[in-house]
Design a protein around this ligand. Structure first.
Ligand SMILES: [Zn+2]
Length: 308
């Protein structure tokens, strides 16, 4: 298999300095795997908001402060999926891991489309965990802010798969058409005079849970007003700074950071059996700067995956 051969060099998209543009290096060396490592030839990688934040210098750590200790030049990307081309010196091939096995972070399989795996392992798992944390009962209302985006379209579908009624909030005709095609109701926040009011009206008096999947400051306004007494607020997007809640009425408030191995396997399984459909557009690797531009504007319905 030609795709299992190991080249001396590879193409890398590198960030020489934070805040600057991405540059391509066609002669980035390929290193061999060490103990407990495998070398993977990447086929596809999702483009994630957190890659953009790291490049731009706008990523924040768990303490809410900007992450500045980034090793430069930085090579982005954490949604890679590909085939194993070499095993570390202490590893022996077995049923689940051998040359040619399709792998992503914490995951190995044969019977799933590699294009959709990367986004599922990051955005999918994050959204799945947020929806699960909401503790919804069948028929409860789940409102997803940023419903047409990468994280958002996962949250909408996991919500529906778990038996909730879903209201998606986003902007524009393309996102509306997309979110409605997933089986959710839709609200265009740019057309609402008072979004919290409209959400209460659309969900018979208040939503049981809100999952925020956007990092835009507007996505964090009046969230408490939308939710019923005792409901849940789950924040899966990266907030732009302090989050102000105007009403605390027995709400359960949860932050979110990806998920456990068990949750990862559950999230992937729902994609594998077709309960959740990952909306990906494939673009060539060298389109990355353009894709970052689209992400910055919030123009992407679903997720863009780069083919390497
Ligand atoms: Zn990601």
């Amino acid at each position: 298999m030609a795709e299992l051969s190991i080249p001396q060099t590879q193409i890398a998209a590198i960030v020489p300095e934070q805040g600057g543009p991405v540059e391509f290096d066609d002669n980035y060396p390929v290193s061999l795997p060490g103990e407990d490592e495998v070398l993977v030839r990447v086929l596809y990688t999702g483009v994630c908001q957190s890659d953009l934040n790291t490049k731009a210098g706008t990523a924040t750590g768990a303490d809410g402060l900007p992450i500045t200790n980034i090793k430069l030049p930085h090579v982005g990307g954490h949604e890679g999926v590909g085939r194993v081309v070499a095993l570390g010196p202490n590893l022996t091939p077995n049923e689940t891991l051998q040359l040619g096995t399709l792998v992503g972070i914490r995951f190995a399989s044969r019977d799933i489309d590699p294009k959709v795996v990367g986004p599922t392992l990051c955005a999918g798992v994050t959204a799945y965990k947020a929806v699960r944390n909401a503790g919804l009962k069948k028929g409860d209302w789940l409102t997803v802010i940023g419903a047409g985006g990468g994280l958002g379209h996962f949250a909408v579908q996991y919500g529906l798969a778990l038996g909730a009624q879903v209201l998606g909030v986003d902007a524009g005709a393309e996102k509306q058409q997309f979110v409605e095609s997933l089986g959710a109701k839709f609200l265009d926040f740019t057309k609402c005079r008072d979004l919290a009011d409209e959400v209460r009206r659309s969900t018979a008096g208040g939503t049981h849970a809100v999952v925020v999947t956007s990092g835009h400051p507007r996505a964090f306004q009046k969230l408490g007003d939308m939710i019923r007494i005792g409901g849940s607020l789950c924040i899966a997007g990266i907030p732009p700074g302090d989050v102000h809640l105007d009403v605390i009425k027995g709400l359960k408030i949860q932050g979110n950071l990806v998920g456990s191995l068990e949750e990862t396997l559950e999230a992937v399984e729902m994609v594998r059996v077709g309960k959740v459909k990952v909306h990906v557009k494939v673009r060539p690797f060298r389109d990355l700067p353009d894709v970052y531009g689209m992400l910055e504007k919030g123009d992407i319905a679903g997720r863009i995956v780069l083919q390497l």
